[in-house]
Design a protein around this ligand. Structure first.
Ligand code: HEC
Length: 285
């Protein structure tokens, strides 16, 4: 990252600087977060944020190219592979759908969530592996790309077009939400930047040729296909893979996918996306 950029980011006035006040509730955070973007980009309606950076006016000159890609998507085979894997019986004859209520239909809008029965946070990826283990299969090791990403796409597509509706209905869910929020707004790494510095205060600004997407809607399109990732033959990425990349950008140590901190961050982002549709997968810059 060049000096000019650091200066540009460091010189920011903090327009939205008090999200960590004690009196804030998730509901007031949500209103403030979504309201900030609706005001910052008045021509972009809430539902458009499902398309990530493509929704922003600053990306208008590139969006035609993205639409062309989406007409003949490079991830078509990954969708098929995911559906195949999802439907393929385990050695015991059962399939993934046996592990989920309603076969998994419509559930993705509520992930991640805290479950009082198992006393833990559940992500889609972790539940897919738990399903495997419960049925006598080995867990998938790589939680960033490959089969896990393909299966997550299959699972999320069972809720395609439905609006995110994560619930924070237990003290544990609330505590996890608070952790995720702290993570989002805390500065880190050698560059000393928070997620919000780039994706809230600088959303729409250019950084090394990329336009910074808005924090609002982030995750709704995941897992995504990136040309950059395709260069190393691993074009798909789960949301936690992306978090790792963004930690590295500020020269902070990336955490492990499925770590408690990334799951909390995912919960915070998923809650901020309340009311925005799932559209998975998608191509991204
Ligand atoms: C130095 C600026 C910077 C910081 C800080 C940063 N990111 Fe990013 N992030 C980027 C860039 C650049 C991209 C690629 C362009 C885009 O889509 O925004 C990106 C992309 C993303 C995406 C993918 C969006 C999509 O739809 O494909 C997510 C999700 C994301 N960042 C989350 C985070 C989170 C969470 C944090 C904090 C842990 C964070 N970022 C911190 C620069 C940053």
């Amino acid at each position: 990252m060049n000096k000019k950029l650091i200066l540009m980011l460091a010189g920011l006035g903090i327009a939205f600087g008090a999200p960590l006040t004690a009196s804030a509730t998730p509901e007031s955070d949500l209103k403030e977060f979504q309201g900030y973007f609706l005001k910052k980009f008045p021509t972009v309606p809430l539902e458009a944020y499902k398309d990530g950076v493509n929704a922003l006016p600053q990306y208008a000159d590139r969006v035609g190219n993205w639409e062309l890609i989406m007409d003949f998507p490079p991830f078509e085979a990954d969708i098929e592979k995911g559906e195949e894997l999802w439907a393929k019986p385990f050695a015991n004859g059962k399939t993934y759908s046996s592990c989920f209520q309603n076969g998994g239909k419509g559930l993705a809008v509520g992930y991640p969530f805290y479950d009082a029965a198992t006393k833990k946070m559940h992500t889609i990826e972790a539940d897919i592996n738990e399903c495997r283990v419960r049925n006598g299969e080995k867990p998938i090791k790589n939680m960033k790309y490959g089969e896990m990403a393909q299966l997550t796409i299959a699972f999320r597509r069972l809720s395609q077009g439905q609006k995110m509706a994560v619930k924070l209905n237990s003290p544990e869910a609330l505590a996890t939400y608070e952790k995720g929020k702290q993570f989002y707004w805390a500065r880190r790494g050698q560059l000393n930047l928070s997620c919000a510095n780039c994706h809230v205060q600088n959303a729409g600004n250019k950084i090394r040729g990329d336009v910074l997407s808005a924090g609002l809607g982030q995750g709704t399109g995941f897992p995504v296909y990136r040309t950059k990732w395709s260069l190393s033959n691993k074009p798909l990425g789960t949301i936690h893979r992306r978090y790792g990349g963004c930690n590295k950008q500020v020269r902070a140590k990336p955490l492990k996918p499925q770590s408690a901190a990334y799951t909390a961050l995912e919960l915070y982002q998923a809650y901020m996306n309340t009311g925005i549709e799932i559209k998975s997968p998608s191509q991204r810059q």
